[in-house]
Design a protein around this ligand. Structure first.
Ligand SMILES: Nc1nc2c(ncn2[C@@H]2O[C@H](COP(=O)(O)OP(=O)(O)OP(=O)(O)O)[C@@H](O)[C@H]2O)c(=O)[nH]1
Ligand SMILES: [Mg+2]
Length: 424
């Protein structure tokens, strides 16, 4: 699975609009007009994301791709409900973090195969005119419009789910090691920053396995964005342990122990959590003349980490290293999703209302999200509740809007299930 992958894209999603409610009346042979019979509009489709273990990257997503769920259909005559809009389900590779582009907040962390999560809800269908009948008003010529939804921009970011992260200076042999212990075939070459994006490899050992991530080499100042390192540290944020690869040959003229200290300092500056992960050290390029002496010096200075001498090109010592990795992994809990307070898109229209006049009856209807909420909260027979109701109408500008539209003294105003005569 050598992978050069797209790991961050922006997409747009939009749930379906709610269908409009129907405004209609029963018609019988010989009767001009029966009672109201307009049904509710259908609900708009939702947008979901689902984890898919067979997806390895975000390459399917063009930057700016748009996913739109179906709109709800309009309500029908004879009390028929409109059909609901079709949902959209977006399959994402495991390890994808879904964020709202505007706020950067996390909407969800796609972590397990088949896990499905609703990102945006479809709009509610509008109510048909049947629903506006009240004790005194039997023939409303009015139906509610469906709820319109907004598009949202999402950032999809793939955070590799690997158990083990390989870190170290450029050119120390990280990719060579990965290619030796797994089926991955990362690019290997004798210059710095051969690896430009993370490679994943599955390391099998008898009936056990782990996933290792090889990232580009880190250099000093990586945490502040120097070189390429910083961008890639986030790929190993969720690993369970680190294998620090050190070039023990010293053939590039650096002190191997200083290398180790510098990289660990970068790690700590980037993330305390990353720096505190269990770490073991692979002393690579043991085949080069002088490695043995360097190793002796290194081990004298470095007592904190367990060390494994290896020659990645030939594979020597890698078996012991793999066993050493399992010895650590076996003591650790499985990897966890990114902890976050999941952010949910609010219904956009809690304060929204529409004022419409039924010209035929000279009745005013107030509808919209504000009314839906009020309807749920107001108990008609309760005076406190009624006082609250009137206060909300005033505070939210409903009274002002009625006046602007020309409401007259004693006109009938219907807000949800509440009908009253307008008094100045
Ligand atoms: N002599 C010797 N050379 C090695 C050994 N392992 C890797 N090399 C060489 O070191 C060079 C760099 O190897 P890579 O695996 O590309 O190193 P890397 O750490 O992935 O480098 P970046 O991706 O640039 O950070 C290559 O020329 C390898 O052939 C080893 O055990 N012994
Ligand atoms: Mg490499």
């Amino acid at each position: 699975m050598p992978s050069l992958f797209t790991d961050k894209v922006k997409i747009t999603v939009k749930s379906g609009n709610g269908g409009d409610g129907m405004n209609s009346f029963k018609s019988f042979k010989g009767y001009a007009l029966g009672g109201p019979d307009g049904g509710d509009g259908g609900r708009g489709g939702d947008v979901y994301v689902v984890g898919d273990k067979d997806k390895g990257d975000l390459a399917d997503f063009r930057f700016g791709a748009k996913f739109t769920a179906g709109d709800g259909e309009r309500g029908g005559t004879n009390n028929r409900f409109g059909k609901g809009g079709e949902d959209v389900v977006i399959s994402l590779p495991l390890g994808t973090l879904v964020r709202d582009a505007e706020t950067g907040k996390i909407l969800c962390d796609v972590y397990t195969d088949g896990e499905k999560k609703r990102i945006v809800r479809g709009g509610n269908g509008g109510k048909g005119n049947v629903r506006f009948t009240t004790a005194r008003r039997h023939a409303p010529h009015f139906a509610q419009k469906g709820e319109k939804t907004q598009a949202h921009t999402l950032i999809l970011e793939l955070k590799v789910i690997a158990d083990v992260g390989l870190i170290g200076f450029p050119n120390v042999g990280k990719s060579t090691l990965l290619s030796k212990i797994s089926a991955a075939r990362p690019k290997i070459a004798n210059y710095h920053f051969t690896t430009l994006s993370p490679n994943l490899g599955v390391v099998k050992y008898y009936d056990k396995s782990f996933v290792a991530a090889d990232i580009p080499g880190l250099i000093e100042g990586a945490a502040e964005g120097a070189g390429l390192g910083h961008d890639f540290l986030r790929h190993i944020e969720r690993t369970r342990m680190l294998v620090h690869v050190v070039d023990i040959s010293g053939m590039e003229g650096r002190d191997p122990y200083e290398d180790l200290k510098k990289i660990n300092k970068e790690l700590k500056e980037y993330s305390e959590k990353l720096a505190s992960l269990p770490q073991i050290v692979a002393l690579n390029k043991c085949d080069v003349y002088g490695a043995e002496e360097n190793m002796r010096l290194f081990k004298k200075k470095c007592r904190k980490y367990k060390t494994y001498p290896i020659t990645a090109v030939t594979g020597e010592g890698t078996r012991e290293l793999i066993e050493g990795i399992f010895a650590v992994l076996d003591t650790l809990p499985p990897a966890e999703p990114v902890p976050s307070d999941e952010f949910v898109y609010e219904r956009p229209d809690v304060d929204e209302f529409f004022v419409e006049k039924d010209e035929q009856d000279a009745v005013w209807y107030v509808t919209g999200g504000l009314v839906d909420i009020l309807e749920r909260n107001v108990v008609l027979s309760d005076p406190d509740s009624m006082a609250y109701f009137q206060k909300v109408l005033k505070d939210k500008g409903v009274i002002k809007e009625l006046k602007r539209r020309g409401v007259a003294e004693n006109d009938v105003v219907i807000v949800g299930g509440v009908e009253f005569e307008f008094k100045e």
